[in-house]
Design a protein around this ligand. Structure first.
Ligand SMILES: Nc1ncnc2c1ncn2[C@@H]1O[C@H](COP(=O)(O)OP(=O)(O)OP(=O)(O)O)[C@@H](O)[C@H]1O
Ligand SMILES: [Mg+2]
Length: 337
Protein backbone atom coordinates (compact mmCIF):
# COMPACT_ATOMS: atom_id res chain seq x y z
CA UNK A 1 0.00 0.00 0.00
CA UNK A 2 2.67 2.51 1.02
CA UNK A 3 4.83 1.50 -1.96
CA UNK A 4 1.88 2.27 -4.16
CA UNK A 5 1.37 5.64 -2.51
CA UNK A 6 5.07 6.45 -2.82
CA UNK A 7 4.87 5.81 -6.55
CA UNK A 8 1.79 7.98 -6.85
CA UNK A 9 3.55 10.78 -4.96
CA UNK A 10 6.57 10.50 -7.27
CA UNK A 11 4.25 10.62 -10.27
CA UNK A 12 2.50 13.68 -8.85
CA UNK A 13 5.88 15.41 -8.43
CA UNK A 14 6.29 15.27 -12.22
CA UNK A 15 3.74 18.09 -12.36
CA UNK A 16 5.88 20.38 -10.18
CA UNK A 17 7.85 22.58 -12.55
CA UNK A 18 10.97 24.38 -11.41
CA UNK A 19 10.25 28.05 -12.22
CA UNK A 20 12.06 29.35 -15.33
CA UNK A 21 13.58 26.02 -16.37
CA UNK A 22 10.02 24.74 -16.72
CA UNK A 23 11.16 21.18 -16.27
CA UNK A 24 9.84 19.17 -13.35
CA UNK A 25 11.62 18.56 -10.07
CA UNK A 26 11.82 14.92 -11.23
CA UNK A 27 13.44 15.84 -14.58
CA UNK A 28 15.85 18.14 -12.77
CA UNK A 29 16.66 15.23 -10.45
CA UNK A 30 15.90 17.32 -7.36
CA UNK A 31 13.79 14.69 -5.55
CA UNK A 32 16.10 13.26 -2.91
CA UNK A 33 13.57 11.21 -0.90
CA UNK A 34 9.90 10.40 -0.48
CA UNK A 35 8.77 8.93 2.84
CA UNK A 36 5.28 7.67 3.59
CA UNK A 37 3.99 6.88 7.09
CA UNK A 38 0.27 6.16 7.13
CA UNK A 39 -1.19 9.16 5.30
CA UNK A 40 1.72 11.44 6.13
CA UNK A 41 4.10 12.17 3.27
CA UNK A 42 7.51 13.77 3.56
CA UNK A 43 9.19 14.95 0.38
CA UNK A 44 12.86 15.90 0.52
CA UNK A 45 14.11 18.09 -2.31
CA UNK A 46 17.54 19.46 -3.14
CA UNK A 47 17.51 23.25 -2.91
CA UNK A 48 20.19 23.51 -5.60
CA UNK A 49 20.09 26.81 -7.52
CA UNK A 50 16.84 27.82 -5.80
CA UNK A 51 16.72 31.08 -3.89
CA UNK A 52 14.47 31.29 -0.81
CA UNK A 53 11.32 32.58 -2.53
CA UNK A 54 11.62 29.97 -5.28
CA UNK A 55 11.88 27.25 -2.62
CA UNK A 56 8.65 28.56 -1.10
CA UNK A 57 6.87 28.51 -4.47
CA UNK A 58 8.09 24.97 -5.14
CA UNK A 59 7.05 23.87 -1.63
CA UNK A 60 3.52 25.16 -2.22
CA UNK A 61 3.30 23.43 -5.59
CA UNK A 62 4.48 20.13 -4.05
CA UNK A 63 1.92 20.38 -1.25
CA UNK A 64 -0.85 21.11 -3.73
CA UNK A 65 -0.18 18.13 -6.03
CA UNK A 66 0.78 15.63 -3.33
CA UNK A 67 -2.30 16.63 -1.30
CA UNK A 68 -4.44 15.33 -4.16
CA UNK A 69 -2.98 11.81 -4.04
CA UNK A 70 -5.66 9.48 -2.58
CA UNK A 71 -5.00 8.63 1.07
CA UNK A 72 -2.59 11.50 1.76
CA UNK A 73 -3.55 13.32 4.98
CA UNK A 74 -0.58 15.65 5.32
CA UNK A 75 2.53 16.73 3.37
CA UNK A 76 5.78 18.20 4.56
CA UNK A 77 8.53 19.42 2.26
CA UNK A 78 12.14 19.56 3.36
CA UNK A 79 15.03 21.08 1.45
CA UNK A 80 18.57 19.80 1.64
CA UNK A 81 21.66 21.34 0.10
CA UNK A 82 23.38 19.65 -2.83
CA UNK A 83 25.83 20.73 -5.47
CA UNK A 84 24.72 20.64 -9.13
CA UNK A 85 27.56 18.17 -9.73
CA UNK A 86 25.89 15.71 -7.33
CA UNK A 87 22.47 16.21 -8.92
CA UNK A 88 23.25 16.22 -12.64
CA UNK A 89 22.76 12.98 -14.57
CA UNK A 90 23.91 13.43 -18.12
CA UNK A 91 23.74 10.52 -20.54
CA UNK A 92 26.04 11.43 -23.41
CA UNK A 93 28.22 14.44 -24.02
CA UNK A 94 29.29 15.37 -27.54
CA UNK A 95 31.72 18.19 -28.34
CA UNK A 96 31.79 19.87 -31.74
CA UNK A 97 35.20 21.12 -32.79
CA UNK A 98 37.37 22.28 -35.67
CA UNK A 99 40.81 23.71 -36.06
CA UNK A 100 39.35 26.56 -38.07
CA UNK A 101 36.95 29.43 -37.36
CA UNK A 102 33.69 30.08 -39.13
CA UNK A 103 33.19 26.57 -40.56
CA UNK A 104 29.83 25.96 -38.87
CA UNK A 105 30.64 24.39 -35.47
CA UNK A 106 27.98 26.42 -33.71
CA UNK A 107 25.47 25.61 -36.44
CA UNK A 108 26.19 21.87 -36.18
CA UNK A 109 26.00 22.11 -32.36
CA UNK A 110 22.67 23.92 -32.50
CA UNK A 111 21.16 21.64 -35.12
CA UNK A 112 22.33 18.47 -33.38
CA UNK A 113 20.61 19.63 -30.19
CA UNK A 114 17.47 20.57 -32.15
CA UNK A 115 17.24 17.22 -33.97
CA UNK A 116 17.85 15.28 -30.74
CA UNK A 117 15.14 17.30 -29.00
CA UNK A 118 12.76 16.67 -31.90
CA UNK A 119 13.32 12.94 -31.47
CA UNK A 120 12.00 13.28 -27.91
CA UNK A 121 15.30 13.45 -26.03
CA UNK A 122 16.14 15.87 -23.24
CA UNK A 123 19.03 18.01 -24.45
CA UNK A 124 21.33 20.78 -23.27
CA UNK A 125 23.93 22.97 -24.97
CA UNK A 126 27.05 24.10 -23.16
CA UNK A 127 28.58 26.98 -25.10
CA UNK A 128 32.28 26.66 -24.36
CA UNK A 129 33.11 29.49 -26.76
CA UNK A 130 33.38 31.92 -23.87
CA UNK A 131 34.71 34.91 -25.79
CA UNK A 132 32.78 34.38 -29.04
CA UNK A 133 29.61 32.73 -27.88
CA UNK A 134 27.03 32.46 -30.69
CA UNK A 135 24.45 29.94 -29.41
CA UNK A 136 22.20 32.51 -27.63
CA UNK A 137 21.96 34.64 -30.78
CA UNK A 138 21.13 31.61 -32.96
CA UNK A 139 18.35 30.58 -30.58
CA UNK A 140 17.16 34.15 -29.89
CA UNK A 141 17.77 33.87 -26.14
CA UNK A 142 17.51 37.13 -24.29
CA UNK A 143 16.96 36.30 -20.63
CA UNK A 144 19.57 35.96 -17.94
CA UNK A 145 19.87 32.67 -16.08
CA UNK A 146 18.59 32.59 -12.53
CA UNK A 147 20.27 30.91 -9.64
CA UNK A 148 21.44 31.04 -6.07
CA UNK A 149 24.68 30.59 -4.15
CA UNK A 150 24.45 26.87 -4.83
CA UNK A 151 24.14 26.91 -8.60
CA UNK A 152 22.80 28.40 -11.85
CA UNK A 153 19.75 27.27 -13.78
CA UNK A 154 20.20 27.08 -17.57
CA UNK A 155 18.17 29.21 -19.96
CA UNK A 156 15.49 27.25 -21.79
CA UNK A 157 15.13 27.67 -25.57
CA UNK A 158 11.72 27.84 -27.23
CA UNK A 159 11.78 24.13 -28.04
CA UNK A 160 12.90 23.19 -24.54
CA UNK A 161 16.69 22.90 -24.95
CA UNK A 162 18.66 23.89 -21.85
CA UNK A 163 21.46 26.30 -22.69
CA UNK A 164 24.31 27.94 -20.84
CA UNK A 165 26.58 30.49 -22.48
CA UNK A 166 28.76 33.37 -21.47
CA UNK A 167 26.79 36.15 -23.12
CA UNK A 168 23.52 35.32 -21.40
CA UNK A 169 25.43 36.23 -18.24
CA UNK A 170 26.52 39.59 -19.60
CA UNK A 171 24.39 42.73 -19.26
CA UNK A 172 24.84 43.51 -22.90
CA UNK A 173 25.34 40.62 -25.31
CA UNK A 174 27.79 42.67 -27.34
CA UNK A 175 30.10 43.31 -24.36
CA UNK A 176 33.59 42.18 -25.22
CA UNK A 177 34.90 39.28 -23.18
CA UNK A 178 38.65 39.54 -23.13
CA UNK A 179 40.10 36.87 -20.95
CA UNK A 180 43.20 34.85 -20.61
CA UNK A 181 43.19 31.10 -20.76
CA UNK A 182 42.97 30.22 -17.05
CA UNK A 183 39.88 32.34 -16.48
CA UNK A 184 38.22 30.90 -19.58
CA UNK A 185 38.96 27.41 -18.34
CA UNK A 186 37.39 28.31 -15.02
CA UNK A 187 34.16 29.45 -16.69
CA UNK A 188 33.94 26.25 -18.74
CA UNK A 189 34.50 24.17 -15.61
CA UNK A 190 31.78 26.18 -13.83
CA UNK A 191 29.37 25.63 -16.72
CA UNK A 192 29.94 21.91 -16.26
CA UNK A 193 30.00 21.71 -12.46
CA UNK A 194 27.86 24.57 -11.20
CA UNK A 195 24.97 24.59 -13.65
CA UNK A 196 21.93 22.59 -12.65
CA UNK A 197 21.44 20.59 -15.85
CA UNK A 198 19.35 17.93 -14.09
CA UNK A 199 18.67 14.71 -16.01
CA UNK A 200 19.66 15.02 -19.66
CA UNK A 201 19.93 12.42 -22.38
CA UNK A 202 22.44 14.56 -24.29
CA UNK A 203 24.64 17.58 -23.72
CA UNK A 204 26.22 19.14 -26.81
CA UNK A 205 29.31 21.30 -26.29
CA UNK A 206 30.15 24.09 -28.74
CA UNK A 207 33.88 24.78 -28.86
CA UNK A 208 35.72 27.84 -30.11
CA UNK A 209 38.01 27.28 -33.13
CA UNK A 210 41.35 25.66 -32.57
CA UNK A 211 43.03 23.33 -30.20
CA UNK A 212 43.68 25.77 -27.39
CA UNK A 213 42.72 26.16 -23.76
CA UNK A 214 38.96 25.77 -24.22
CA UNK A 215 39.26 22.46 -26.10
CA UNK A 216 41.83 21.23 -23.60
CA UNK A 217 39.65 22.14 -20.62
CA UNK A 218 36.59 20.48 -22.15
CA UNK A 219 38.53 17.29 -22.90
CA UNK A 220 40.09 17.21 -19.44
CA UNK A 221 37.07 18.19 -17.36
CA UNK A 222 34.04 16.75 -19.12
CA UNK A 223 33.62 13.00 -19.71
CA UNK A 224 33.02 13.16 -23.46
CA UNK A 225 31.28 10.39 -25.35
CA UNK A 226 33.02 11.72 -28.43
CA UNK A 227 33.82 14.68 -30.64
CA UNK A 228 32.55 15.68 -34.07
CA UNK A 229 34.94 17.47 -36.40
CA UNK A 230 33.47 20.08 -38.74
CA UNK A 231 35.21 21.39 -41.86
CA UNK A 232 34.51 23.06 -45.22
CA UNK A 233 35.95 21.97 -48.57
CA UNK A 234 38.55 24.73 -48.66
CA UNK A 235 42.30 24.60 -48.97
CA UNK A 236 44.25 23.92 -45.83
CA UNK A 237 41.31 22.42 -44.01
CA UNK A 238 42.80 18.91 -44.11
CA UNK A 239 45.79 20.00 -42.11
CA UNK A 240 43.60 21.93 -39.74
CA UNK A 241 41.09 19.13 -39.24
CA UNK A 242 43.91 16.70 -38.60
CA UNK A 243 45.27 18.96 -35.88
CA UNK A 244 41.96 18.72 -34.06
CA UNK A 245 41.70 14.95 -34.66
CA UNK A 246 45.20 14.44 -33.31
CA UNK A 247 44.38 16.44 -30.22
CA UNK A 248 41.32 14.25 -29.55
CA UNK A 249 43.39 11.10 -30.06
CA UNK A 250 46.09 12.34 -27.74
CA UNK A 251 43.49 13.08 -25.08
CA UNK A 252 41.91 9.65 -25.58
CA UNK A 253 38.66 11.13 -26.81
CA UNK A 254 36.69 9.15 -29.37
CA UNK A 255 36.20 10.85 -32.75
CA UNK A 256 32.58 10.07 -33.68
CA UNK A 257 33.08 11.31 -37.21
CA UNK A 258 33.49 14.26 -39.54
CA UNK A 259 30.96 16.66 -41.07
CA UNK A 260 31.51 18.70 -44.21
CA UNK A 261 29.62 21.98 -44.02
CA UNK A 262 29.04 24.42 -46.91
CA UNK A 263 29.70 21.47 -49.20
CA UNK A 264 27.67 22.81 -52.14
CA UNK A 265 24.97 25.26 -53.10
CA UNK A 266 21.82 24.24 -54.97
CA UNK A 267 21.24 26.85 -57.65
CA UNK A 268 17.67 28.07 -57.35
CA UNK A 269 16.95 28.26 -61.10
CA UNK A 270 18.45 25.04 -62.41
CA UNK A 271 18.48 22.96 -59.21
CA UNK A 272 22.11 22.10 -60.05
CA UNK A 273 24.70 21.63 -57.32
CA UNK A 274 27.53 24.12 -57.39
CA UNK A 275 30.63 23.33 -55.37
CA UNK A 276 31.39 26.87 -54.26
CA UNK A 277 34.53 26.06 -52.27
CA UNK A 278 35.79 23.42 -54.69
CA UNK A 279 35.17 19.68 -54.88
CA UNK A 280 34.04 17.91 -51.73
CA UNK A 281 36.80 16.66 -49.48
CA UNK A 282 34.42 14.66 -47.33
CA UNK A 283 35.72 11.18 -48.23
CA UNK A 284 39.36 12.22 -48.05
CA UNK A 285 38.88 13.90 -44.70
CA UNK A 286 37.07 10.92 -43.18
CA UNK A 287 39.90 8.68 -44.32
CA UNK A 288 42.57 10.98 -42.93
CA UNK A 289 40.74 11.21 -39.62
CA UNK A 290 40.14 7.45 -39.49
CA UNK A 291 36.54 8.23 -38.59
CA UNK A 292 33.26 7.95 -40.48
CA UNK A 293 31.80 10.68 -42.65
CA UNK A 294 28.63 11.59 -40.79
CA UNK A 295 27.21 13.76 -43.54
CA UNK A 296 27.42 16.95 -45.54
CA UNK A 297 25.43 20.17 -45.28
CA UNK A 298 24.89 22.51 -48.22
CA UNK A 299 25.21 26.28 -48.11
CA UNK A 300 21.70 27.52 -47.56
CA UNK A 301 20.79 31.21 -47.41
CA UNK A 302 17.84 30.17 -45.23
CA UNK A 303 20.27 28.83 -42.59
CA UNK A 304 22.11 32.14 -42.38
CA UNK A 305 18.81 34.03 -42.22
CA UNK A 306 17.42 31.84 -39.41
CA UNK A 307 20.70 32.10 -37.45
CA UNK A 308 20.63 35.89 -37.71
CA UNK A 309 16.97 36.04 -36.71
CA UNK A 310 17.46 33.80 -33.67
CA UNK A 311 15.07 31.32 -35.25
CA UNK A 312 17.28 28.31 -35.94
CA UNK A 313 14.74 26.03 -34.24
CA UNK A 314 12.47 26.50 -37.28
CA UNK A 315 15.03 24.93 -39.62
CA UNK A 316 14.53 21.57 -41.30
CA UNK A 317 16.01 19.87 -44.37
CA UNK A 318 16.63 16.39 -45.74
CA UNK A 319 20.42 16.83 -45.66
CA UNK A 320 20.32 17.80 -41.98
CA UNK A 321 17.88 15.00 -41.11
CA UNK A 322 20.24 12.48 -42.79
CA UNK A 323 23.30 13.92 -41.02
CA UNK A 324 21.73 13.82 -37.58
CA UNK A 325 20.33 10.32 -38.14
CA UNK A 326 23.91 9.23 -38.80
CA UNK A 327 25.22 11.02 -35.72
CA UNK A 328 22.62 9.34 -33.51
CA UNK A 329 23.56 5.97 -35.07
CA UNK A 330 27.26 6.67 -34.39
CA UNK A 331 26.43 7.46 -30.77
CA UNK A 332 24.46 4.23 -30.40
CA UNK A 333 27.26 2.33 -32.10
CA UNK A 334 29.66 3.66 -29.54
CA UNK A 335 27.43 2.09 -26.87
CA UNK A 336 27.67 -1.32 -28.47
CA UNK A 337 31.47 -1.22 -28.41
N1 LIG B 1 25.51 25.61 -44.30
C1 LIG B 1 25.40 26.92 -44.10
N2 LIG B 1 24.66 27.68 -44.94
C2 LIG B 1 24.57 29.02 -44.76
N3 LIG B 1 25.15 29.69 -43.78
C3 LIG B 1 25.90 28.99 -42.92
C4 LIG B 1 26.07 27.58 -43.02
N4 LIG B 1 26.87 27.16 -42.03
C5 LIG B 1 27.18 28.25 -41.32
N5 LIG B 1 26.62 29.35 -41.85
C6 LIG B 1 26.73 30.73 -41.38
O1 LIG B 1 28.11 31.02 -41.26
C7 LIG B 1 28.41 31.70 -40.07
C8 LIG B 1 29.42 30.88 -39.25
O2 LIG B 1 28.80 29.72 -38.77
P1 LIG B 1 29.07 29.21 -37.29
O3 LIG B 1 28.92 30.34 -36.36
O4 LIG B 1 28.24 28.02 -37.08
O5 LIG B 1 30.60 28.81 -37.45
P2 LIG B 1 31.65 28.48 -36.28
O6 LIG B 1 32.57 27.46 -36.83
O7 LIG B 1 30.94 28.15 -35.05
O8 LIG B 1 32.38 29.88 -36.13
P3 LIG B 1 33.38 30.32 -34.95
O9 LIG B 1 34.70 29.70 -35.30
O10 LIG B 1 33.39 31.80 -35.03
O11 LIG B 1 32.83 29.79 -33.67
C9 LIG B 1 27.09 31.92 -39.35
O12 LIG B 1 26.65 33.20 -39.62
C10 LIG B 1 26.16 30.90 -39.97
O13 LIG B 1 24.85 31.36 -40.00
MG1 LIG C 1 31.09 29.03 -33.12
Amino acid sequence: MSVDMKNQVREALEQVLVPEVMRSVVQMNLVRDVEVAGGAVKVTLASTAMAGEIQNTVREMVMAVVGKVPGVTGTTVDFVEAKPKEINQIGKVIAVMSGKGGVGKSLVTGLLAIFLARSGKSVGILDADVTGSSIPKMFGLKIHPRGSESGIVPVLSRSGIETMAMNVLLDNEDDAVIWRGPLMSKVITQFWEEVLWGKLDYLVVDLPPGTGDAALTVMQTIPLTGVIEVFTPQDLTEMIVMKAVKMAQKMNVHVLGVVENMSYLVLPDSGKKMEVFGPSKAGKMAEAAGAPLLGVLPIEPEVARLCDAGDIEKYDSDAAAELFKNIIAALNDKDAK
